[in-house]
Ligand binder design. Sequence first.
Ligand SMILES: C[S@@+](CC[C@H](N)C(=O)[O-])C[C@H]1O[C@@H](n2cnc3c(N)ncnc32)[C@H](O)[C@@H]1O
Length: 365
Amino acid sequence: MPGPTAESAEPVGRARTLAQVYRHFGEVDAAGTSPLYKRVAVALSESREALRAIEAAPARKRHPTVILAALHDLALAGRAPALAAAYAAADGDAAADAAIDTLLRMTDPVVAIAERRRTRAGETGRCAVLYPAIAEAARRAGADAVGLIDVGCSAGLNLNVDRVGITYSNGQSLGDPSSPVQLTASIVSSRPIPARAMPGVVARIGVDLDPVDVTDADDARWLRACLWPGQPERAARLEAEMALAATTPPLLLRGDAVEVLPDAFARVPADALPVVTTTWTLSQFTLERRLRFLHRLDEAAAGRAVAWVSAEGVGVAPAIPTLGDRRASGHSIIGLAVLDQSALSAEAIGRCWSRGRLLAWLADS
Ligand SMILES: C[S@@+](CC[C@H](N)C(=O)[O-])C[C@H]1O[C@@H](n2cnc3c(N)ncnc32)[C@H](O)[C@@H]1O
């Protein structure tokens, strides 16, 4: 059973205690999405022993999404059977008890997983934005083939952008209608998205400080662990996405994007347009690193045309106009830059919300 009500003495963030962080996560963040996580997070917030165990992790790794994913990973690995059974049965009380028990018995493994891993979104929803933008990049550069380089690729699911089917709320569709991965997105502008198909993809390259390899059992389990339990539709879509990715695994390059990009460009055949994509990645770069990233694109463009498609918060992607939108306003700008020799043409071609689930297309095409 959860222990007595406890307020950890250690503040997290702006004077919020760990107990408050877990209670807020349960009652606000998880409440509408995962009743199981709501129950577990609130129980953890009320257990002095559990909070003490969480404090064994470095401060930046104590967040509920990290610790709950680490516990979920142990459950999926067969190392916390009571927790796995409680999640499978959608039994919130049993899950709360089992989560606390697992945390207390297996504090070291939980902390080790939290330290080693980053939480992952594992979603191809971004493809609804990327597909028309990459097709538009190819049109502008006059390319018949593209080589995709996804920077901050995580598990590289964006690199299957041409192999999923996308249906938009205005009746348009793009991609492969027979793909096992079918996505939907809402268009919130009167302007339709371009109906053009993407040219053939001749290279799929992912760049990340810590890429996730869907063909590796531990990495694949971690992607599953990052999903909140009790969401069968999302779990089924992730399985389909991972299975699709595993049929044509991308080339994953580990390292800092600024250092690795020249190697990535070199791997795109000369007759294809390299299209670099970044989705909600550049906010993790300092401003200086963002500018060096742009410089890398410019260097590559000395010898061939290069395109960059971005979906980033307002003002995050260097050179991409902000359309006068406020920074941190909740939506993101879809950017398209084509670099050729010394010429850079950068445009905001749309806005999107909810990581691409809603989008407004702005560009003439
Ligand atoms: C917030 S995640 C976004 C992942 C993915 N693009 C998406 O849309 O969900 C940022 C990713 O960028 C990676 N990353 C952060 N800094 C990086 C760098 N300097 N070079 C390469 N990858 C980096 C992280 O490891 C992480 O996978």
